[in-house]
Design a protein around this ligand. Structure first.
Ligand SMILES: *Cc1c(COP(=O)(O)O)cnc(C)c1O
Length: 421
């Protein structure tokens, strides 16, 4: 059970809204740092342990700066994400480049920055060699296929587009050896939003067994094993956070059994978790614009699925709190909607909430991952601001809201012949 509490009072929110109108996402620095510390602490037994924050969850350089201060690296998958890392001075093995279907200019940028290159396919060895040259250290992404059951969000590994098959790994590392590559890593990611800590121990077992096998057959040493992301978060009040200590113990047991007992060199463990790092520490703050009573009761907010797409895209549950109305006993069932001309633009369907009125502040929980970052401009919706609640209680704007000028910024009316307006 997780009690869905807010890190701010209604009065604090009202003060924030005075200077930054709704809607906006706000992130809780203190809670984010505390989780980052716990995550690192849980794996203190592993020398060289590193979490590479999957920046796609919330690609804001200010958040990344905070996480870097906590010792995290960055996991990038595109040139824009690499450029974001560059903007805050990250380089070298602070960066993991885990991409797929990758154009050469993105590999070029990643190699130029000294990032750890994680290849998604065996054909990319040649692609990289011919176009750029192979770096000293190369990592492959393993897809265990039917050896491992996936989970609901990511689906069955054998139907996933990612990674090498088992036999391609043997072939691929041999190719690297033949081409003079000296340093090796391995990666897998088979789950998304997984709440069972033992699932990750199972993934580690598969990867460690494979490392033992590859090391023996090819006579190579692995420097690291990247266990990917996929650590889930308790979106629903009746769910519990992943027990990091239990997860770590399970992984360590397999590490001892397959790495230590086989006499292999010490292996650094990496994660590239995104959702768990920022997800629970972000909130979408909105106001009720209209209450509508037709065949159903609707609470229309001043935000839309352009601010938070997950409920419409995956049917995801996001908890909703109405600050100041926590103890109101008159409850009503609403569809909580946005303003897009799409009937699936709903933050919640049949949600029982305190009786709402126009102007009420509504806070949607767990928007710190895949919230603002999945935003879009359909229907002319402008993306909101992002705010940071600092540890000292101050609030700073870490990204301003888009304006109409931003919306039209990619249009140059003078450039289109015969189209002067
Ligand atoms: C999305 C992604 C992650 C992060 O996943 P989370 O579920 O946010 O932890 C890590 N690695 C890769 C390759 C990804 O695509």
């Amino acid at each position: 059970m997780t009690e869905k509490k807010l890190p701010f009072s209604k009065e604090t929110l009202e003060k924030i809204i005075d200077t930054c109108p709704t809607p906006f996402h706000i992130y809780d620095e203190k809670a984010m740092r505390a989780y980052a510390k716990r995550f690192k602490q849980a794996f203190a037994w592993n020398e060289g342990f590193k979490e590479y924050y999957a920046i796609k969850a919330a690609p804001n350089p200010f958040l990344m700066k905070i996480l870097r201060e906590e010792g995290f690296g960055i996991d990038c998958s595109s040139i824009a994400e690499l450029a974001l890392a560059e903007k805050i001075g990250m380089s070298g093995d602070e960066i993991m480049f885990t991409s797929n279907d990758t154009p050469v200019y993105e590999y070029q940028k990643a190699v130029a920055m000294g990032a750890i290159i994680n290849l998604d396919d065996i054909s990319h060895i040649q692609y990289l060699e011919e176009n750029i040259g192979l770096p000293e250290l190369v990592c492959f992404r393993y897809n265990p296929g039917s050896l491992k059951e996936g989970n609901a969000i990511i689906g069955h590994p054998e139907e996933a587009k990612y990674g090498f098959t088992r036999s391609q790994l043997f072939e691929g590392y041999q190719m690297l050896l033949d081409k003079g590559v000296k340093r090796f890593g391995i990666h897998t990611m088979v789950a998304s939003n997984e709440l069972d800590p033992d699932y990750f121990a199972g993934t580690a077992q598969i990867l460690f067994e494979l490392i033992a096998d590859l090391s023996k057959k090819l006579n190579i040493n692995f420097e690291f094993a990247n266990l990917g992301g996929g650590i889930g978060i308790p979106y629903k009040p009746d769910q519990s956070e992943v027990d990091l200590e239990r997860m770590s113990r399970g992984i360590k047991a397999n590490y001892d059994k397959y790495i230590i007992a086989n006499g292999l060199k010490p292996l650094k463990l990496y994660f590239e978790s995104g959702r768990a790092i920022t997800g629970p520490y972000g909130y979408l703050v909105s106001k009720v614009l209209h209450i509508k009573d037709t065949y159903k009761k609707y609470a229309g907010l001043d935000s839309s699925m352009a601010n938070l797409m997950r409920p419409a895209l995956y049917g995801s549950y996001h908890h909703i709190t109405v600050p100041g109305k926590e103890s109101v006993t008159t409850k009503i069932m609403y569809d909580v909607t946005g303003s897009l001309c799409e009937n699936n633009d709903k933050f919640a369907i049949n949600r029982v909430l305190p009786k709402l009125s126009t102007g009420d502040i509504v806070v949607i929980h767990d928007t710190g991952a895949h919230g603002h970052s999945m935003g879009f401009n359909y229907n002319g919706k402008l993306r909101s601001a992002e705010l940071l609640l600092r540890e000292d209680g101050n609030v700073v704007e870490i990204r301003r809201a888009e304006t109409l000028d931003d919306y039209f910024a990619t249009l140059d009316f003078d450039q289109v012949p015969g189209f002067k307006v």
